[in-house]
Design a protein around this ligand. Structure first.
Ligand SMILES: CC(C)(COP(=O)(O)OP(=O)(O)OC[C@H]1O[C@@H](n2cnc3c(N)ncnc32)[C@H](O)[C@@H]1OP(=O)(O)O)[C@@H](O)C(=O)NCCC(=O)NCCS
Length: 226
């Protein structure tokens, strides 16, 4: 990867019932801190999502920056945003990962801040009460729970707001319901968003300070990540 090129690589890996067969291999490639974080998850499903997304992150970083997947060490920003520890003088690898039932993802760049969110479309979670927790009143006016496209509109806004919280690094500390997404990203963030199949929504924000980024998409299955 060209060190000054504003390029983003987005990696998506769907997970199905076979993911359990890869769990041990993914876990074996993580470092001690990741294994501790993995073990904090009580449910097997969450452990698999953790192991898969962190293994994918190591794999994708190594594809972009020509290093062994075991090379990478991680640190955290003040609100918990993971970053590469001691990247060295020549490259500035940045990443943001996201996991949701059925899909794990990571975005990788050299020197651009990123925020990524993937969500499984879940009709049980999509209601107006939940929307009040993340939508500005001006945004709520466009969410009609009786409309046929409510599920899609709900997750479009959810992933946008979550990507913004993650791009800034503030996470839960960002008062997303006090912000109008469209106003926040103008002149600051480049947005890439799409439906992934019929069951997932993806939103990715990349900082704009180095111009419009080139976007490269990678879809892989667990068997390819060796
Ligand atoms: C942790 C948070 C940043 C994202 O959580 P999430 O959407 O549940 O989960 P995602 O899978 O998209 O992202 C989790 C990953 O983001 C990364 N992350 C953690 N803190 C972060 C931060 N402050 N900024 C950016 N990325 C962060 C981590 O890699 C984490 O994965 P890991 O714990 O396996 O290492 C936080 O914003 C959160 O808990 N949000 C959920 C709150 C909510 O209800 N949002 C409604 C829509 S706005």
């Amino acid at each position: 990867m060209d060190a000054v090129s504003p390029r983003i690589d987005l990696w998506l890996m769907p997970l199905n019932g076979d993911a359990v067969d890869h769990h041990g291999r993914w876990l074996a490639g993580l470092d001690d801190a990741e294994r501790v974080a993995h073990d904090r998850h009580a449910k097997d499903q969450d452990r698999i999502l953790y192991a898969a997304s962190h293994a994918l992150t190591r794999y994708a970083l190594s594809q972009s920056f020509d290093a062994d997947p075991s090379h990478w060490r991680f640190a955290e920003g003040p609100h918990g945003k993971p970053r590469i520890a001691d990247p060295g003088p020549a490259i500035d690898p940045r990443f943001n990962l996201s996991h949701t039932p059925g899909l794990v993802a990571v975005a990788i760049t050299d020197g651009l801040e990123l925020g990524l969110d993937v969500e499984a479309l879940d009709p049980v979670s999509a209601d107006l009460d939940t929307a009040h927790a993340f939508a500005h009143p001006a945004e709520l006016r466009h969410l009609d729970p009786e409309a046929p496209d409510f599920l899609a509109a709900f997750y479009k806004l959810w992933t946008r707001k979550e990507a913004l919280a993650k791009a800034t690094g503030l996470g839960l500390s960002l008062e997303v319901r006090q912000l109008i997404f469209e106003d926040e990203i103008v002149d600051h963030w480049h947005l890439i968003e799409f439906d992934e199949g019929t069951a997932h929504r993806v939103a990715l924000l990349a900082e704009l300070n180095k111009g419009r980024p080139e976007f490269v998409m990678h879809r892989i299955v667990p068997e390819e990540m060796i």
